[in-house]
Design a protein around this ligand. Structure first.
Ligand code: PGA
Length: 250
């Protein structure tokens, strides 16, 4: 059975002081969660987040990682640097990075390899844009993102890799895929995994839904068979909302 994973994606929000306050408020509210609880935070908040989450069931993640070990890459952060901070997860290939920062399936692949080398669990984001959806390209786009982005990984790597299916048109817009649609599309991603990878990859890989997941729709989404969790943007910034989602089955 796949263990559910609810992860927050803070994006470019919260200072160190705000991080400390939020985690102090959140920790008692999520302590009995049955799922994995993760907060992916800006680099500058990682140390404060790790300290605040110490002794709790909250795991801390980063929002990106560079693929090179070290070198002349001004402004970038390596997997080794994150490893020393004992970061557990890292978001890779978020649609905002694809849209604004030139992320491609190839760079997603390289970043994922770097994270795995450092024993950090990658949360690899895929999803179609509104244009691609209305033009009937959803499956084609997902097929490409999965096969190129995850090319070369072995069955055991998928013990660590988490996939987040985030339809771009649903991110930050208040529009959610219906639970049924999200379930069908994630089922399609599982079919691609079954076709492209050996062993039990399709059955064991955890696949989250992301895109305006909130207190109103989380129970319905999480009730779907194929949906193993959520990647939560806006609703992860408030302790009460995020705790409600984490406790979706209570
Ligand atoms: P949202 O963001 O929940 O604010 O739509 C999700 C994400 O971008 O990961």
């Amino acid at each position: 059975m796949r263990k559910a994973i609810i992860a927050g994606n803070w994006k470019m929000n919260k200072t160190m002081a705000e991080t400390k306050a939020m985690i102090a408020e959140l920790a008692p509210k999520v302590k009995d969660a049955d799922c994995d609880v993760v907060l992916c935070v800006p680099y500058t908040d990682i140390l404060a987040a790790k300290r605040a989450a110490k002794g709790t069931n909250i795991k801390i993640g980063a929002e990106n990682v560079h693929w090179a070990e070290k070198g002349a890459f001004t402004g970038e952060v390596s997997a080794e640097m994150l490893k020393e901070l004992k970061v557990d997860y890292v978001i890779i290939g978020h649609s905002e990075r694809r849209q604004y920062f030139g992320e491609t399936d190839e760079t997603v692949n390289k970043r994922t390899a770097a994270a795995l080398n450092a024993k950090i669990r990658p949360i690899v984001c895929v999803g179609e844009t509104e244009d691609e959806r209305v033009n009937g390209l959803t499956e084609k786009v997902l097929y490409r993102q999965i096969t190129e982005g995850l090319k070369g990984f072995k069955s055991k790597d998928f013990d660590k890799i988490v996939i987040a299916y985030e339809p771009v048109w649903a991110i930050g817009t208040g529009r959610t895929a219906t639970a049924t649609d999200a379930n069908v599309t994630i089922g399609y991603i599982r079919k691609v995994l079954a076709k492209k990878f050996r062993g039990s990859v399709a059955e064991k890989t955890r696949i989250q839904y992301g895109g305006s997941m909130n207190v109103k729709n989380c129970k319905e989404l999480m009730a779907e068979e194929e949906i193993d969790g959520g990647l939560i943007g806006g609703a992860s910034l408030k302790a009460d909302d995020f705790a409600y989602i984490v406790n979706y089955n209570k």
